[in-house]
Write a protein that binds this ligand. Structure first.
Ligand code: G6P
Length: 750
């Protein structure tokens, strides 16, 4: 309203000023018109009276009678309300007849003046008279001149009326303009506000449904840049200040992603229903991926699409292959995808685990690539893509694609849901271009992955390796400065997102105090109370360095025999991928190594290596962590390794020592661990010795530091950062609109 007033007041003043200037102009103009009218009138009167007047003037009657007749004639003519006076001048210029009303200063012209004389206006007090003269002709001879005086008071009256109407007119125009202005200003203001609000929400003006916000387009870019800058600042501030919790994650989903649908896709499912002794058990698989993603899903409540691999999985789902989990407190649902035995063999055991797994891990196991496996891999990726399309309620869900089993999936989803935001996370290392180059379908895999909006790795080294690999394999534009790769369509942002665990870990809540854990584990293992304990928790996988770990234990006992009988190393090894020969052979070698070492250093009631090749639930694993003095993570190559983080998280007593392979992603974060090269047995043995003799204060100091890091950089932050980046990307897409097809260079593979 104030804005409108600010506009209307000057408008009224301007119109007043215009009216003030226009009125005299109109006065002058109308006067001219009236004078011209009176001239015409004068001529008409002169013409009309010519004949009777000449008759009267030439009448032979006496002068007096003639005078009287002319006077009467003049008086009759004066009946006309505008005619004020008449006079007649003879040819000598003498006023011979006149009406009494003829002003004395109206005199005859001298003879010989030009006949056609324009009338003149003579002021009479507040009014005016128009005095005109018209020659009277008889037989082409001028016998005199008729003076015709018009009263111009009507001009005054009309002029006053005109002025009044002009003022009214301007007032009316002013009012109408003001009204229209207020309405337009109000509407424009709303349009601008809507436009600015849309910009702040991150929507594009180009796509804005508000046509009124078009006026903002010239400044839209500046506004957008400002909004982005502020958002960036806010995010950085938020990220550094937030202590990341499930609630934060839910807030991001609610506020930054407006409750958009979240779909997670992975091969491994978080809950497996297995038939055991006639009843159905629910198992949590040993998988870093599941450990990380499960708490995220509990917070996000989306749908997790995964292979239904359990023997009782089919019996547990509804007609849509859905099941709500966790069983004790359902929070999200699993959508199971079914595979035939052949498909599982080719896609999972074959291409994923005999091909890609050894390809990406430098563990000196040769990758095997078979065309039949590749075909199954493609078929199964397509099946997952169909499931994603089916589960998607909107055209633009956020799809979190997990790991190397589904490298083709991002592009397959992109083809089905072009507006989806696809975040792919690669949980394992990415090798250098030479190593990756041995894969016969390297280009197809990369093309598939580059269907992602965001592609995440644990470390910058993996990101760099990926850039190098794409550079070497595809004709794509790799922009390291913006960490993005352009390969037709929207670019893929390649970023480092070090994965983590939930904080505090759920299994910790039910744990007894550390002394109780120590006692119960030792009792369960039949070990003396004071035996120092080492722990290793892994899938039985050749990348985990289990044999190297055993070698270090053996070396310790060799070098420091006083630990014989006083130190045991418990290895919990979850059976994994056991249909694969390499894994079967590892199983055998691990068992043999444990037996050999136990035979060498063991005695009755004492085993230096306690090998437990079986599935352990998280609660049991946490009890082992808490019961141990040292945890050994000796992976030969590992994307992150969450066992290291779990061990630290389990030790709320701030005791225990972590020995950590330098070839894990975790080693880049947990620098207070004893970092070792697992291939260096001497170094590992020395680390064991150092760990077993580390003073409690030093243990506390190291643990505290690692615990605060994991607490801060927990899995909610990991997921939150990816989702915030996805939100930013979706906002930017709304602002800039979809990429113009004309600007997209269709880059074909090399
Ligand atoms: C690694 C992979 C995961 C996988 C896990 C367990 O952590 O990155 O994708 O789930 O191993 O392996 P499995 O073959 O049993 O799923």
């Amino acid at each position: 309203m104030r804005l409108s007033l600010r506009f209307i007041v000057p408008l009224v003043l301007a119109l007043g000023a215009i009216a003030y200037g226009v009125v005299p102009l109109v006065d002058e103009l109308t006067l001219k018109w009236f004078v011209r009218d009176l001239e015409i009138r004068k001529s008409l009167i002169a013409t009309a009276v010519q004949e009777p007047l000449v008759e009267l003037l030439t009448d032979k009657a006496r002068d007096k009678v003639r005078l009287q007749r002319v006077q009467d004639f003049f008086t009759r003519i004066l009946q006309d309300e505008r005619l004020f006076a008449l006079g007649f001048c003879d040819s000598a210029g003498k006023l011979v007849y006149r009406t009494p009303t003829l002003p004395p200063d109206v005199v005859c012209r001298e003879s010989g003046l030009p006949l056609e004389d324009a009338g003149r206006v003579v002021k009479r007090g507040s009014s005016a008279l128009h005095v005109g003269a018209s020659p009277l002709m008889v037989d082409g001879k001028r016998i005199g001149e008729l003076l015709i005086v018009h009263d111009m008071s009507f001009v005054e009256r009309r002029s006053a009326d005109t002025k009044k109407y002009i003022v009214y007119l301007f007032a009316a125009i002013g009012a109408v303009i003001a009204l229209i202005t207020v309405v337009i200003a109000e509407l424009s203001f709303r349009g601008w506000m809507a436009g600015i609000k849309a910009l702040i929400r991150g929507q594009s003006l180009a796509l804005s449904p508000e046509p009124k916000s078009r006026e903002l387009r010239p400044i839209a870019r500046d506004l957008e840049a400002m909004v982005r800058e502020l958002e960036g600042e806010r995010r950085m501030r938020d990220e550094s200040q937030i202590s990341w919790t499930p609630e934060n994650l839910r807030n991001i989903l609610r506020e930054d992603l407006a409750g958009d649908q979240i779909l997670i896709v992975s091969n491994r499912e978080p809950y497996i229903h297995v038939r055991k002794d006639g009843r159905v058990d629910v198992q949590r698989p040993a998988s870093g991926l599941v450990t990380a993603m499960e708490p995220v899903m509990r917070a996000c409540s989306g749908t997790w699409i995964a292979h239904g691999s359990g023997s009782a999985d089919r019996d547990s789902v509804d007609a849509q292959d859905h099941i709500m989990v966790p069983p004790e407190k359902p929070a999200y649902r699993i959508r199971r995808v079914w595979l035939s035995k052949e498909e599982e063999a080719g896609y999972y055991y074959g291409f994923a685990n005999e091909g890609l797994w050894p390809l990406c891990h430098i563990a000196h196991t040769r990758p095997v690539f078979r065309i039949s496996d590749w075909e199954h891999y493609q078929t199964v990726n397509r099946r997952f893509a169909e499931a994603v399309a089916k589960e998607s309620h909107t055209g633009n869900p956020i799809v979190l694609v997990q790991d190397y089993h589904l490298a083709l999936l991002p592009r397959l989803i992109r083809e089905r849901l072009p507006q989806a935001t696809i975040i792919t996370f690669w949980h394992i290392p990415w090798p250098n271009p030479e190593a990756f180059g041995v894969c016969p379908w390297r280009a197809e895999l990369l093309e598939g992955m580059l269907g992602s909006s965001i592609l995440g790795f644990h470390t910058q080294v993996h990101c760099n390796n990926f850039f190098d690999t794409v550079d070497r394999t595809l004709e794509a534009r790799v922009d390291r400065e913006t960490s993005s790769i352009h390969f037709g369509g929207d670019p893929t942002e390649v970023r480092r997102y070090p994965i983590s665990i939930e904080w505090p870990p759920v299994p910790l809540a039910a744990q007894p105090p550390v002394p109780e854990c120590r006692a119960s584990v030792r009792a369960a293992l039949g070990l003396a109370k004071d035996v120092r304990l080492g722990i290793g928790v892994d899938r039985l996988d050749y990348t985990k360095g289990i044999l190297e770990r055993f070698a270090a234990v053996e070396r310790l006992l060799e070098l420091d025999p006083h630990w014989i009988g006083r130190f045991s190393f418990v290895q919990l090894a979850a059976p994994s991928r056991s249909s694969i020969e390499e894994y079967q052979s590892l199983d055998a070698r691990v068992r043999a190594a444990a037996m050999r070492i136990n035979a060498r250093f063991g005695s009755k009631g004492y085993e230096p290596i306690v090998l437990k090749i079986e599935h352990h639930e998280a609660d049991q694993v946490y009890t082992y962590y808490r019961a141990s003095d040292v945890c050994c993570v000796s992976s030969l190559h590992d994307g992150m390794n969450l066992v290291a983080k779990e061990f630290v998280a389990a030790r709320d007593d701030e005791r225990g020592v972590l020995i950590l392979s330098q070839f894990t992603g975790a080693a880049r974060e947990l620098s207070e661990a004893l970092i070792v090269n697992p291939y260096d047995t001497e170094q590992c043995a020395a680390a064991l010795r150092a760990a077993l003799s580390m003073p409690p204060d030093e243990q506390r100091h190291r643990m505290r530091s690692m615990r605060s890091l994991i607490q801060e950089f927990n899995v909610y932050r990991w997921a939150g950062r990816m989702l915030l980046d996805a939100a930013r990307m979706r906002n930017r897409r709304r602002v800039t609109g979809p990429r113009d097809a004309a600007n997209v260079i269709d880059l074909r593979r090399a």
